[in-house]
Write a protein that binds this ligand. Structure first.
Ligand SMILES: *Cc1c(COP(=O)(O)O)cnc(C)c1O
Length: 360
């Protein structure tokens, strides 16, 4: 079998051009006589790699100068703790629950302060995003926290919550760089990179400078401390060098593809192919309220567990892998991140059509 179409929620597909570049650089990174994996994180070569990666990310997202970019080891779950440790000043934060990842983030924050759940879509298995235009935001909240794209349930905020002047902190792991984020609307946005940006092992935190504080909770581990990370340009400790290098290649690929507006256009085009099919199929159905649909993660079901299992198995045999839904939802889920080509989505829909004909 050649390369498959991998619909995994993460780690996920990377652009083939990026993998080819990494292969070319593997034994001898641009005349240095070594692989990036072997390189000192204090070397001139790596300094260029991380600085170029940061600049390319700044260009892609138009990150204003008063925001810092931090490359931090660990992924999403580490940021669930890092956010309250670094940002709770009053010891209070408001969380909006739209799925597993915001629930876990809230639970972690409860260890460090008071967490108020100000909205939730748990009543309908997180199949929608609640109306966040007029929420009971706590007077003393240090921030309002959301998970912007819900990887497991396939929903996405189409408008950001009205935080009534409080700082917005957003987990953008599964929609990072799928379209342009207006960075100025956030106090912090962060993403684990293994969904849409690179290999596992790193989270990128984009934080407004005035939120970076010295007086964080005294027991905050150094490697989770935003100020120490920022003051040391993400090089206090050995960072996940190879992951950062691949992220940098992905940023260059995104620029070459035409930037984030072009990625958004492509992602909308890909998602429409799949959603249009789901809306017209007699066998397959989407599970999310149409106006809340994610462009990145598309859950669907047949309504028959055995048929779902048969579909996942036969799809894999046809080079369409990792279509099984998350264990808490069941059914199927197709994650169609930036690196999934349109041809991959078309192949999936063609297979679904064939499966529907053969099994009804
Ligand atoms: C995958 C994911 C996480 C968890 O990331 P880990 O790196 O596995 O800890 C958090 N938030 C979102 C939105 C995710 O998709």
């Amino acid at each position: 079998m050649g390369r498959v179409y991998n619909f995994s929620a993460g780690p996920a597909m990377l652009p083939e051009e990026v993998l080819q570049q990494a292969a070319e650089d593997m034994m001898d990174y641009r005349g240095s006589g070594q692989s990036v994996m072997e390189m000192s994180h204090r070397s001139a070569e790596f300094k260029t790699i991380i600085e170029t990666a940061e600049q390319d990310l700044r260009d892609l997202l138009d990150i204003p100068d008063n925001y810092k970019v931090l490359f931090m080891q660990g992924g999403g779950n580490q940021q669930f703790a890092a956010v309250p440790l670094n940002l709770m000043k009053n010891g209070v934060a408001d969380y909006i629950l739209t799925g597993q990842w915001s629930k876990k983030a809230a639970k972690e924050a409860e260890k460090y302060g008071k967490v108020n759940i100000i909205a939730s879509s748990a009543d309908k298995t997180f199949s929608y995003i609640p109306d966040c235009s007029d929420l009971p935001v706590s007077e003393d909240a240090d921030y309002v926290y959301i998970c912007e794209n819900n990887t497991i349930y396939g929903t996405k905020y189409k408008t950001l919550p009205n935080t009534k002047g409080k700082e917005l902190v957003s987990d953008v792991s599964s929609c990072f760089l799928s379209e342009k984020h207006d960075v100025t609307k956030y106090g912090v946005l962060w993403g684990g990179v293994q969904k849409n940006v690179g290999p596992a092992g790193c989270a990128i935190v984009i934080i407004r400078e005035d939120l970076i504080r010295e007086d964080v909770m005294p027991f905050t581990p150094i490697i989770m401390n935003y100020k120490i990370t920022a003051d040391n340009n993400s090089l206090y400790n050995t960072p996940p060098c190879y992951t950062i290098y691949i992220c940098g290649l992905v940023f260059q690929w995104l620029k070459k593809m035409g930037g984030l507006d072009e990625m958004k256009r492509r992602n909308e085009e890909k998602a429409a192919i799949l959603y249009d099919f789901l809306d017209n199929s007699k066998m397959f159905h989407g599970t999310v309220e149409p106006e809340c649909r994610s462009l990145m993660n598309v859950p669907f079901v047949t309504g028959d567990k055995d048929l779902d299992a048969k579909f996942v198995k036969e799809a894999a045999a046809n080079g369409l892998i990792n279509l099984k839904g998350h264990r808490t939802v069941g059914g199927m889920r197709a994650s169609i991140y930036n690196a999934m080509p349109k041809a991959g989505v078309e192949a999936l829909v063609a297979f679904m059509k064939k499966f529907e004909e053969e099994n009804s």
